[in-house]
Design a protein around this ligand. Sequence first.
Ligand SMILES: [Fe+2]
Ligand SMILES: [Fe+2]
Length: 173
Amino acid sequence: MLTKKIEHSLNAQIEHEAYASFLYLSMATWCDREGLSGCAQFLYRQSDEERDHMMRMVHYINEVGHHAVVPGIRQPPVEFESIQALFNLVYESELMVTKEINHLIDLCYKEDDHMTLNFMQWFVSEQREEEAMVRSILDKIKLVGTGPQHLYFIDQELQRINKAVQTATNKAE
Ligand SMILES: [Fe+2]
Ligand SMILES: [Fe+2]
């Protein structure tokens, strides 16, 4: 049994994860258009992951006997100033989601809801991993600089990350 406040906040989190999924999807198609296939592949996968986070919320709310509400999604940006600006926005988005998750966890303590608190722990580790990954991408982008072939090298770097993630996924299966 969830309190009204927890049910409301979990439903709000569905919307936050869904927006992140649409934002990364929009970024992926922009990268595709710009010929940055490594970046595009990375962002398509991140978009799928955010959808998976959303679905975890949906199933949890329904599993504990409440009603997961599917929200309308606001329009994400469709144009980005540069690949640097785009990944800065990814980082900001992750920091925002971490904040929202922290608020939800604070609320679990206030409402004495240990079941939801336990469910939310997975998201805490996930945010730590995602923040670290985006930070390392931003560090690489900074190292590459803005020389004439910087987009090529940034995309190569993202290809390398995609391969590493693929290998890790294959090992886990
Ligand atoms: Fe997420
Ligand atoms: Fe995320």
